[in-house]
Design a protein around this ligand. Structure first.
Ligand SMILES: *Cc1c(COP(=O)(O)O)cnc(C)c1O
Length: 427
């Protein structure tokens, strides 16, 4: 597989290099130079999830990874189910929260851990990442107790849910957490600074685990095929998928899927009030506002890192602009929709409700709708219970994490403090 830096087309890299470096020169993201269609989609959809996912990833990545190695990696990474649940007459929910940290980030995080484990054999690696809520837990669990790997996670103190936080700050071992006084953007800025610091980079063997990493993105392509495989055949003619979007990685994976032959006709990338992309689609102007806090905190992103990848597929016509929708859903509407879905006996947390609203607004009557449940409702227990005025069940993994003590250390948003803390911890 060859990838090109979307900000500098002189920089072309292999899949291995793209995974190891994350971001290219000038902060450019890597994108495959050639996305070839898969053959015989119908036969592919007949296969079991893990086997089909191996075929898809092998098609995308090519001979850089031997197929039997890849098969083992996929089997270990995707060791939990994906479920498509009918919610009403024309809409299905794709539940992506049955992994160890109850959010879709487990797919990308676990496959990325497999790739780094393979590529960095013997070398020391430090994964440094900022989290807006769910990446931290997925990455922490994926790398927990892996030899030669340390994970450093920065999160904005008080701005993520207790369940989100406890899922990674209670692990200990090779997982080191810092509660930063500031916003997600402040955490992200500290991470960026570390990547510009050659001393730190070399000594620690730094790698980031954010959704920029191509291995995470490619892994996510696989569950869209699983959604179609579980959809009754007579409902596959016209399919409209709605993805709750923050950094636009998930919807980018859906679009890559479509480019290689996934039978999805229309895509909605639905956001909360952090609406840089919807405003851009409407006006042609890219003008991010300051990030605002919302109920769907994992989408509180105003400068989506993955947008250049989506844009490249729209610009080249690989995905038809007219079939791409992006709108924003207000806080008030998010809560109303949560109650509307609950009236159909389905509990949706805020991100999922936003995806559902995207279908309600964008989908035509003929199409079958699929909206993504990106997190388990219990991960947002406080807000779900408040909005629905009822108690919800707590899965055991979450209850166990909640019962443990938080091991994170407080930190101000100061790079020198971060640097000395990391060096003190790791050397
Ligand atoms: C990360 C996340 C999103 C946003 O996904 P992107 O790929 O960043 O667009 C949506 N919902 C949940 C629950 C998340 O954790």
């Amino acid at each position: 597989m060859q990838l090109v830096n979307l900000k500098d087309d002189n920089q072309k890299v292999s899949f291995t290099e793209a995974v190891k470096t994350g971001l290219g020169r000038n902060q450019g993201v890597f994108f495959p130079t050639d996305l070839k269609p898969l053959d015989d989609i119908d036969a592919l959809l007949e296969l079991p999830f893990v086997e089909r996912s191996t075929q898809i990833l092998s098609h995308l990545i090519g001979d850089e990874l031997p197929k039997d190695t890849l098969a083992d990696m996929v089997k270990r990474a995707f060791n939990f189910p994906v479920e498509l649940v009918k919610v009403d007459e024309k809409n299905y929910c794709l539940e992506l929260f049955h992994g160890p940290t109850l959010a879709f980030k487990d797919f990308g995080g676990r496959f990325m851990a497999e790739c780094i484990g393979l590529f960095n054999q013997g070398e020391r690696v430090t994964i440094l990442t900022a989290t807006s809520g769910d990446t931290g837990a997925a990455v922490a669990h994926a790398f927990y107790n892996k030899p030669n790997v340390d994970v450093v996670i920065l999160y904005p103190e008080g701005k993520i849910s207790l369940a989100q936080q406890k899922l990674f700050t209670t692990l200990g071992g090779n997982i080191h957490c810092y509660a930063v006084t500031g916003s997600f953007d402040d955490c992200q800025a500290l991470v960026k600074q570390a990547f510009l610091d050659d001393e730190v980079k070399a000594k620690l063997g730094l790698n980031s685990a954010n959704s920029i990493n191509i291995s995470r993105l490619l892994a996510q392509v696989c569950y869209y095929f699983e959604a179609l495989a579980q959809l009754p055949k007579e409902e596959r003619a016209l399919v409209h998928v709605s993805v709750p979007s923050g950094n636009f990685g998930n919807v980018c994976a859906a679009m890559i899927g479509s480019v290689i032959g996934l039978p999805v006709d229309k895509l909605s990338a639905t956001t909360n009030q952090n609406d840089t992309v919807p405003r851009y689609i409407a006006s042609g102007e890219w003008s991010p506002n300051a990030t605002v806090e919302s109920l769907s905190n994992a989408m509180d992103v105003s400068k989506p890192n993955n947008w250049p990848r989506v844009q490249s597929m729209l610009d080249s016509g690989k995905f038809d602009k007219h079939d791409f929708y992006s709108r924003c859903v207000s806080e008030q509407r998010t809560q109303e929709v949560m109650r509307e879905i609950a009236a159909n006996d389905y509990i949706a947390e805020p991100h999922t409700a936003i995806a559902y609203e995207g279908l309600t607004q964008d989908k035509d009557a003929k199409s079958t709708g699929i909206f993504l449940a990106t997190a388990h409702p219990a991960k947002f227990k406080e807000s779900v219970e408040q909005v629905l005025a009822k108690q919800i069940d707590m899965p055991e993994v979450l209850q166990n994490a909640l019962d443990k003590a938080c091991l994170a250390q407080p930190m101000t948003a100061d790079y020198e403090q971060l640097k000395s803390a990391i060096f003190a911890k790791l050397f």
